[in-house]
Design a protein around this ligand. Structure first.
Ligand SMILES: Cc1ncc(COP(=O)(O)O)c(C=O)c1O
Length: 387
């Protein structure tokens, strides 16, 4: 069987066999329960918290994209995917469903800031929590006796990258499972299961759905048993996606290649332009050849994502910059078609300087966007209060 490129695969991922007079992507199924005659047995759809045909289609689409070999449609093996109401639903399903008193979990100390309260919850449950930075594969030193390694690469918001295969091999040698948060890269930018991970976990709220109007999460695994335990957790927690959200997500996948391709090009253009500004320090983007993450990123990523991080001389300077942008909304989250940026320090959860800005590049023309960013930097510098 020929293997199609990502641009082609996303257009049909998860679509049912063609049926005369049926839509290519069936509409959302709104059902709390299904007709269920006689014994329950292996009924595929019984109750709305357990399964829904709209999730099934989305899950098979994401499974195709996360699959190391393209999934059954490309003649490969299947990947099991479980969709959730949000990225945190998916993150909690893996971390909390596996939490056992006395076990040890290795996490990054620079990942998404809600991992901090999750770490606290794990400790309360009697789990030994070990943390190390993403850069330099520093989590390697903490694996002895661990049951789970959690990786976030690239990390949010610092954009450090670690060698997923190296860490996964080391974790497996010690009997630990490996989960990778693939939110920033999306399955078109990086395939953690191909790099050895047991779980690829993501917030679909970001670039996967890409329009800033849906909250969603998912977990993909090659092992049916692991996927089953995550599915069981979803059932118990009730962290299920709405059918409308699942359908919107599936519809958005057709443009995932176009969107992420343009966003990555725009992010690189903005990052390059920032490098020439004396007031901007710490520009990070994994696609910049001089970035500390570049060497590893280029080996394991196929596109470098839409996020650029950098630091301005202080809180007020960063706020003046954000206020002067015309094409970039001041907003949190990332991955959407419209560019956004924010001062991450305002949340208080990330170890970043006050002037640290995380910018998410949308699908605007990269030249227009770069011009807007440079103009806003000029405005922010000109308005600097005299001391
Ligand atoms: C890397 C990463 N993982 C997980 C999440 C959680 O996703 P959600 O907001 O969909 O719950 C986020 C949210 O920003 C994130 O950036």
């Amino acid at each position: 069987m020929t293997s199609d490129s990502d641009a082609t695969r996303v257009v049909r991922a998860g679509l049912p066999e063609e049926q005369p007079y049926e839509p290519p992507l069936p509409g959302p199924v709104f059902a709390a329960h299904y007709h269920l005659p006689g014994d329950v047995g292996d009924a595929p759809y019984a109750y709305g918290r357990d399964a829904n045909p709209t999730w099934t289609a989305l899950e098979s689409a994401i499974g195709e994209l996360e699959s190391p070999d393209g999934g059954p449609r490309a003649g490969g093996t299947g990947v099991h995917t479980v969709s959730f109401a949000s990225g945190m639903g998916a993150v909690s399903a893996v971390l909390l469903s596996r939490a056992r008193p006395g076990s040890a979990v290795v996490l990054p100390d620079d990942g998404y800031n809600l991992l901090v309260p999750v770490r606290e919850r794990l400790s309360e449950l009697g789990v030994e929590v070990r943390t190390a930075p993403t850069a330099g594969d520093a989590q390697l030193g903490l694996l002895e006796g661990a049951s789970l390694l959690w990786i976030e690469s690239p990390s949010n918001p610092g954009l450090d990258v670690c060698d997923i295969r190296r860490l996964a091999d080391a974790a497996h040698e010690r009997g630990a499972l490996v989960a990778v948060d693939n939110t920033l890269a999306t399955p078109l930018g990086q395939r953690p299961l191909e790099l050895g991970a047991d779980f690829s976990v993501a917030s679909g709220t970001k670039a996967l759905t890409g329009h800033g109007d849906v909250l969603l999460g998912y977990v993909s695994c090659r092992d049916a048993g692991l996927a089953g335990s995550v599915r069981q957790w979803r059932k118990l927690a009730g962290a299920i996606p709405g059918p409308m959200e699942a359908w919107l997500a599936h519809r958005s996948l057709a443009t995932l290649d176009l969107r992420t391709h343009r966003q990555a090009a725009g992010a690189l253009a903005v990052a390059r332009a920032l490098l020439d500004r004396p007031e901007v320090t710490g520009v990070r983007h994994p696609g910049l050849p001089d970035d500390p993450a570049y060497g590893t990123a280029v080996r394991q990523m196929r596109r470098f994502g839409c996020v650029v991080s950098f630091t301005l001389p202080g809180k007020e300077h960063a706020e003046r910059f954000l206020g002067a942008l015309r094409l970039v909304d001041e907003a949190t989250s990332f991955g959407g078609v419209r560019s956004t940026a924010e001062r991450r320090g305002r949340w208080g959860g990330d170890a970043v300087p006050e002037g640290f800005v995380r910018m998410s590049v949308g699908v605007e023309d990269p030249d227009d966007l770069t011009a807007d960013v440079l103009r806003a930097l000029d405005v922010a510098a000109a308005e600097r209060p005299r001391s």
